[in-house]
Structure formats: structure tokens, C-alpha cells
Design a protein around this ligand. Sequence first.
Ligand code: ASP
Length: 324
Amino acid sequence: MRRLLVAGAVVLAGLTGVAIGQENYPTKPVTVVVPFAAGGPTDTVTRLIAEPMSKTLGQQIVVQNVAGAGGTLAAGQVARAQPDGYTILMHHIGMSTAPTLYKNLPYDPLKDLATIGLVTEVPMTIIARKDFEPGTMEELVQYVKDHKDQVTYANAGIGAASHLCGLLLMKEIGVEVTTVPYQGTGPALTDLVGGQVDFMCDQTTNTTGQIKSGEVKAYAVTTGERLQSLPDLPTAAEAGLPGFEVSVWHGLYAPAGTPEPILEKLSAALKDALKDENVVKRFAELGTAPVSEDLATPAAHTERLTSQIELWRPIIQEAGVSAQ
Ligand code: ASP
């Protein structure tokens, strides 16, 4: 009887501890894992929203870059982390392509991770080193066809947005070129500016500055409309690739099993961050915008992830690409 009582007290104390923990959450800094190197788009978006999110949460947000394997290394790490709200993940469209691309993906995006909310949808740009011979998109297509054995395309690994854009582009052009994988857009862009690789396709968040300063050559933006931030840059359709549209959505995740109230607190902090004046202004300068409030929720994010996994599966299968 005594033992039973003691056991009951322990269970009760444990439950109360959990409830109190959720109520007071967060009581220490929250780590947000970025699945690519520092200085790239996912890193930029994360750092921009981290500050206002930490204001709402009343705790510091620490950004940790865990690059590798097209973002799957970090996603696996967060999927296995304690589901207590202190380790979360920022990822992008790659979350929806990895299940088809990776044969031995060590996590299931829909089962092992919980969604917090969508953040932003970023256009991409097709760019090259500044002295790359082709001057227009039409010339680029012809040049790549004529020099397919020499040209090099930089990306941030299999499943990265830059990899997907390259896949679609090569499908359009009808050739395959040598791809050079990096740990993220940060180091890839450094090499493009330095002339070590020929061309790439990446988010405006990290190409706008280099395009405007002339450090890289830009051919087209991958949206249906031109961007206010880069008004002279034609859309891919205007530049001769009708229907070539791709943008990169970003979202926040926590390990599956994270208590609902914690996910709600994180989603609320995200919504606040997306209304923050500096975030709205900087996003606009970088060619993007925060998603509407109804998309910064676990439910809307799960819906997007589910439909995107379905959307990308046949495209990737048809392209015949895969990773280990
Ligand atoms: N933009 C990169 C990609 O191609 C990753 C990054 O550095 O954010 O997915």
C-alpha cells in the first residue's frame, strides 16, 4: 500500500512537472537547426524571424547550422531530438522531396516531425558567374546544349532547392550537366562569385544583393510575374521557358510528440514575427514576403507538406534521380 502510494505520488509529480513545464515554456533558449551552411537563404530567413520570435517567447533563439545531405542530416537530428520545444527545425521545400529522393531516409517527415507553420515562399533566380559567355536566357539554353560536357552547375546537395531548380531546368533544356554540390548556398555563391563554377539557380533572399552589385549575371526569375525588387529581370516565361515556375516554401518543425500547447506557442510567436516591421521590410527587399497568418499554423503547414510530397514524387521519379 505504502509503495503504491509512493509510486502514485511519483506519477503525479511527474505529470505536474510536464504540465508546469508546458505552461512556463520556454524557460531556457530554444535552438533552431538550419539544415544548410550559414550565409544561405534558409539561414537568412531563420535569422530574420528569430529575433522577433524570441521577443514573443521571452527567450533567446540560438541558430545552429547542421549542413549535409541536402538538409536531411539536420531533419533527422531534429526528428530524434527531445520533443520538448527546445530543439526545432527550419526547413524548406526539400522536406517534401527527400522521401522520394532518399532511399534510406532515416525519418518520415509526416510521422517523425510536427509542423509549426509556414514562413515564406521565395522566388528563385537563374544566375551565373559574371563573365559567363551567354548574355540572355535564350543564349544560356543554347550554350548549355552546345557545351554540356564543360559547364558546371552549383547546388546545395541532393534535395536542395537549387538541385530541384537545376533538375527542372535540365529537363527543359534536354541535357545533363556536371553538378557541383555544396553544403549550402552560402559557399556555393562564394564560388560562383569567384568564378569556380558556371551557373546556378537559387533563392532571391541571397542572390538579390549580388545581382544588383553585378557580382553575378542574372538571366531570369522563376515566378509568373516580375519582382519589384528586381524589376529588370525577365520571368523565365518571358525569357523563353514558358511554364517554368518554381518557388521555395520554408516552414518550422518540431520533433513529433512535442506537446500541442508548445506547438501553439511557437506558431503564435511565428505569426508575430511575420508581422514584424523589419521582417516585412527585409523580406520585400529580398524579393519575398511573409505568408498570411492562416498559413503560419501547424494544420496549414501539414496540408502543404502532404500535397507537396505528392506533387514532387512523380517529377523526381520521372527524372530518375535518387540518393542513398
Ligand atoms: N538555397 C539552398 C538550397 O538550394 C539552401 C540554403 O543554403 O538555404 O536549397
